[in-house]
Design a protein around this ligand. Structure first.
Ligand code: FPP
Length: 254
């Protein structure tokens, strides 16, 4: 099944963001792509149909973020907890990731998008791991937006992994306990070298962080939107950016 190419979802409303609106554009946007299951249920469809639509929205919104000048986009595609879902739903998601990753290698080329995966890749099948590596390698030389796809990602798991790696490096004498500070911890996370997210968007009206970028989101602005992810359009991204732009970020100051 082609998710990209002939199945492209081009029906989203065009951007309403005028270039000269003087908006403060977030550098790094995170999106918790939530509501696929409810979208399907409302239509009497199996949950996997919601994920298929969610994948189309993902493609549209990713390209749009790159178009408007977002530098980093992190999407939450599969959490360390999502393995608890029924076997057929997990299977459908794995199938979707596989067909998508095959086509993404070509598809994101036009947009110059650098593809990265954050999360524990070893949890996936060898075929999927190979596709992830191929995506990363073939896009590494590009200089466009960095797209982090969080798969088998859990922020607590990420922090535990960082603590273990820091401890191992202390033991090996590569670093000393005195070197450990906020910057060093950030450098041991999957997102090392990237700025923290400025804006995290959660569609579907849920007010939860769901184990997503806990360390990185210390001063992130959250925007919750009452749209299910498959219904999310470019104009919703515009709205989230406008809301973000009006926020007064104080980082604990006055
Ligand atoms: C959460 O909605 C969504 C997921 C667990 C899967 C997200 C995956 C995609 C959008 C597929 C596309 C991703 C890539 C990288 C191709 P939910 O199922 O929990 O929705 P619900 O809360 O309504 O049940």
């Amino acid at each position: 099944m082609a998710i990209f190419g002939k199945n492209k979802k081009e029906s989203s409303a065009p951007s309403q963001l005028p270039a000269d609106e003087g908006l403060i554009l977030p550098v790094h946007v995170g999106i918790i792509m939530d509501g696929n299951g409810r979208w399907a249920k409302k239509r009497g469809l199996p949950r996997k149909a919601g994920h298929r639509e969610g994948a189309k929205t993902f493609r549209t919104i990713t390209r749009y973020c790159s178009e408007i000048g977002i530098k980093y986009l992190t999407v939450y595609a599969f959490s360390t907890e999502n393995w608890k879902r029924p076997e057929d739903e997990v299977g459908a998601l794995m199938g979707l990731f596989k067909s998508y990753l095959k086509e993404a290698i070509e598809d994101f080329k036009d947009d110059d998008i650098i593809v990265r995966f954050i999360g524990d890749k070893s949890g996936f099948s060898p075929e999927l791991q190979e596709l992830m590596a191929e995506n990363e390698e073939s896009s590494a030389h590009r200089d466009g937006m960095v797209l982090n796809i969080a798969m088998n990602y859990g922020s607590r798991d990420e922090i535990v992994r960082a603590v273990k790696n820091i401890s191992a490096d202390v033991k090996l004498g590569k670093i000393s306990v005195e070197d450990i500070g906020e910057q060093l911890v950030s450098d041991y996370l999957y997102t090392a070298g990237q700025p923290d997210p400025d804006l995290i968007i959660r569609p579907s009206g849920e007010y939860r962080i769901s184990n997503f970028m806990l360390w990185q989101s210390a001063y992130t602005e959250f925007v919750i939107m009452n749209k299910l992810w498959p219904d999310f359009q470019k104009s919703d991204l515009d709205e989230a950016v406008r809301i973000y732009s009006q926020r007064n970020r104080r980082y604990g100051g006055v």
